[in-house]
Ligand binder design. Structure first.
Ligand code: FA5
Length: 363
């Protein structure tokens, strides 16, 4: 038994001794040198494996064989150090004899990021409304059916809930109400009115989600909700605030158009269009009208819809516990992406979400 161990040990030593130097010397870079060294003398290497056989060797031979093994280990370690130095020297020599470093070349600039156009426009819009006295509030992107539809006066199964074509979240067992990715920021009207008593004036920016996708519609986009409630608020206040907003964003001469429209949570309701800045058909010249006729963004109408608005419906006040005889208010929901498109002359909303630096750095 112990003779077998002696044989195995001696053969092992001989094998390592015969090959370690040529293996190490053949390595041309530090990484392969370290890998070969580990295969020979590392914790799971050949030599280390042999040293683990020591206890099986007969006592009278253990000392001599042990000394032999240790001498071999030192030789491997010395050969490794020599080859490591040789490799380092070769690298250094190659550097010194290679092409000179031109220290006069201009350095590479750090590339700094900047705010995304949507964020910039959102900040500008918030600046306008905060300067008019509105508070900024924030809320969740996943909300209850109740806050997105029911409390806003959408009757159950009203086609409007289909019209918005929502992304619903799978209901869990025992869950009473369905949740969904909010389809509009109007959820924030309900949330804020349930939290605060009038008078209040808030704007709530954030992401919303719908099954929409074309040059002016994205499945995820940004809206900013506005709500002002007090005694004696009229449509004139709504018109004044939104006209001022459009002028602050696009200049005093921007064409602004109010159109009647329907939303279950306002009465009367309307939509606001702004003159299309992509074709600038509103300039009225022959060239401008020719551009307008071809414009994919405003669909040759000369205007782009940017927001929905109206006087808060008394049913909504009742649903959140406000006295609808005492208070009136107006609300609006504007598309931040659409404002960004107009502001920067972007003719396809999807470019805003492709994260192409060549596009983003032009804005
Ligand atoms: C609404 O979402 C209502 N909640 C707005 C509202 C609020 C009305 C308060 C009355 C009172 P609408 O679906 O029209 O309305 O969307 C509002 C704005 O969001 C649109 O004018 C448009 O600018 C923008 N918008 C709508 N769908 C998309 C879309 N898929 N991609 C980008 N912008 C969109």
């Amino acid at each position: 038994m112990s003779d077998d161990a002696v044989k195995e040990f001696e053969e092992g030593l001989a094998k390592v001794e015969a090959s370690f130097r040529s293996q190490l010397d053949a390595c041309g870079d530090e990484q392969s040198l370290r890998a070969v060294n580990a295969r020979i003398a590392g914790p799971t290497g050949e030599l280390t494996g042999l040293l683990k056989l020591m206890p099986k060797l007969p006592g009278d031979q253990r000392k001599v064989l042990g000394q032999k093994a240790n001498a071999l280990k030192s030789a491997v370690s010395a050969a490794f150090d020599t080859q490591l130095l040789a490799i380092a020297k070769a690298v250094r020599d190659a550097e010194l004899s290679g092409p000179h470093l031109d220290v006069t070349l201009p350095g590479r600039n750090e590339r700094t990021g900047s705010l995304h156009p949507i964020t910039r426009v959102a900040y500008e819009i918030m600046d306008v409304f905060t300067s008019l006295g509105f508070d900024i509030v924030d809320g969740p992107e996943i909300d209850l059916h109740e806050n997105n539809f029911d409390k806003l006066g959408f009757p159950p199964d009203h086609p409007a809930t289909d019209m918005q074509d929502s992304f619903f979240i799978n209901a869990e067992a025992g869950q009473k109400q369905r949740s969904l990715l909010r389809t509009h920021t109007s959820t924030m009207q309900v949330r804020e009115m349930q939290k605060r008593k009038p008078p209040l004036a808030i704007v709530a920016p954030g992401q919303v989600y719908r099954r929409d996708d074309d040059v002016t519609h994205s499945p995820m986009f940004f809206q900013l909700e506005g709500l002002l409630v007090d005694e004696g608020v009229s449509f004139a206040h709504l018109k004044g605030v939104l006209t001022r907003f459009a002028q602050r964003m696009f200049g005093d001469n921007v064409p602004v158009r109010f159109r009647p429209s329907y939303f279950p949570f306002v009465e009367p309701g309307g939509e606001v269009d702004i003159g299309c800045m992509i074709c600038r058909g509103y300039e009225g010249t022959k060239e401008a009208l020719a551009r307008q006729a071809e414009c994919r963004v405003c669909k040759a109408s000369g205007y782009l819809e940017v927001l929905g608005c109206g006087m808060v419906h008394p049913v909504v006040f009742e649903n959140v516990g406000y006295d609808s005889d005492k208070y009136t208010g107006f609300a609006f929901g504007l598309g931040i992406d659409r404002i960004a498109m107009l502001r920067y002359g972007i003719s396809d909303i999807r470019w805003l979400y492709e994260n192409d630096v060549r596009f983003l750095s032009q804005i």
